[in-house]
Each structure stands twice: as C-alpha cells, then as structure tokens.
Ligand binder design. Structure first.
Ligand code: UPG
Length: 211
C-alpha cells in the first residue's frame, strides 16, 4: 500500500506552506523565557459510522512524521535510511478521516469535503454533527482540531475514496467489536489520540445499545 522506495531528510524550506517554526519570548514571574514552536494548520476530524453495515469508517495512510518518530525512538539513523530494517509500514497509521483547514470555507464544509475525498461518501453539511474542539501538540504547535460525527449509509457511497491528487489513503471499515478492542488495547496501529478519543466518544454516545 505504501509503495515507498527511498526516504531521506532535508532542512525545512522557509516557505513551507505547512509548517512555520518560531521562537516565542515572554516574561513570566519577572523572568524572561522562550519557547520554540511550530505554526501548523488547524484541522477537522470526522467519526464516520456506516449504519447500513454497522461499521466505523477509518483511514490508513503512511505518515512521514510517525515514521520519523518511530525511527527516532529506536535511535535509527537518517543518514541513509535502511528500508529493510525500518520498513515504511512502521509509519502507517489508522485514523479518523481528517483534513487541514487551509481554505476559506466553513469548517463543516471542509469536513464534508474530506468525507467525500478520503472515504467516498457524499453527505450534506446538515448531516455533520459537532462533537468537540481541542488543541493538540500543546508543547509544539497548539493547533486546534474540531471533531465531528456523521452517520452514512451505503446509498451515500459515490466513489471508493482514497484522497485527492497524490494522496494514498486506504479506507478501512471496523466492526463495532474491532473498534471496541482498539480503544481497550490503546494505541496499536500508530493511532493518534484523536482517533482513540473519537471512538470512545462514539461508544459513550452513539453506539447501538448492544455494542
Ligand atoms: O508537509 C506536508 C504536509 C501536508 N501535505 C499535503 O497536505 C495534505 C494534508 O492532508 P489533510 O488530509 O488535509 O490533513 P491530514 O494530513 O489528514 O492531517 C490532519 O488530521 C490529522 C489526524 O487527526 C492530524 O494529526 C493533523 O494534525 C491534521 O492536520 C496531505 O495529504 C498532503 O497532500 C504535504 O504535501 N506536505
């Protein structure tokens, strides 16, 4: 699925459209301090439940930042990344459908577009319910993410999803039992906290009574 043949690192270009590094200075308790931080885009994430199939709809994809994090934790070398020792699959995540807020559209509209692009379901914004807002990366970016919930049916499926342009995203359907195991076992599959929290919210608020 990843189909990755080479990986290397380089310095961050100053005009990156995704990440801008800064040092913030402040005086606290009369002491001057500073903090190194990253400006990144805010984002949306959507808990998708297919009621026809009684399946939660998630996405699998290769995440460069996760791949980097896994190798860094194992003190692997980035000088010449050994794809045999560190296969790209170690950087694959299972997540909620999500997207960055990089357009001047409503957040719900961006969520609607991500559901269509990544998962292939065509829904109207009025079917998307607000769940909660939170800030992630509190030590590095403090970016906001808005979480939504949307129920879909097989009749809403208009394409196979998978993302736009060069994105390689696999749509994954989890049974209620599989999703429950995921939250009971914790972060297997490199799943981010937002995914685990979204599934917990689903089981607390939306899952069928017998789930
Ligand atoms: O350095 C980068 C960063 C992004 N992209 C592109 O921008 C897209 C952004 O994807 P999108 O689907 O809009 O957002 P996500 O990558 O799904 O990320 C969001 O959802 C994640 C899961 O909740 C959060 O962890 C992230 O912070 C949040 O931005 C990517 O697919 C790439 O095409 C790049 O090409 N280079």
């Amino acid at each position: 699925m990843e189909n990755i043949s080479k990986i290397w690192l380089g310095p961050l270009p100053a005009d990156s459209p995704y990440v801008k590094p800064f040092r913030m200075y402040y005086v606290q308790n009369g002491v001057e301090k500073n903090w190194d931080l990253l400006k990144v885009h805010d984002s949306v994430a959507i808990i998708l439940f297919n009621t026809t199939r009684q399946k939660l709809v998630l996405v699998r994809q290769f995440r460069p930042a996760v791949y980097h994090g896994v190798i860094a934790s194992k003190e692997g070398s980035f000088d010449n990344v050994d794809l045999e020792a560190f296969p790209p699959s170690i950087g694959v995540t299972l997540e909620l459908c999500a997207g960055i807020v990089d357009k001047s559209k409503s957040w719900k509209e961006i969520a609607r577009e991500e559901v269509l692009e990544e998962c292939g379901y065509e829904v109207s914004v009025d079917r998307i319910e607000e769940v909660m807002n939170y800030r992630s990366g509190v030590g590095s970016s403090g970016a906001k993410q808005a979480m939504y919930y949307c129920e879909v049916t097989d009749a809403d499926k208009v394409n196979s999803g998978g993302g736009v342009e060069d994105e390689l995203i696999e749509v994954v359907e989890l049974s209620l039992d599989e999703a429950k195991k995921m939250v009971q076992q914790g972060a297997i599959n490199n799943s981010p906290p937002s995914c685990l929290m979204g599934l917990l919210w689903f089981f607390a608020n939306k899952a069928p009574a017998n789930a």
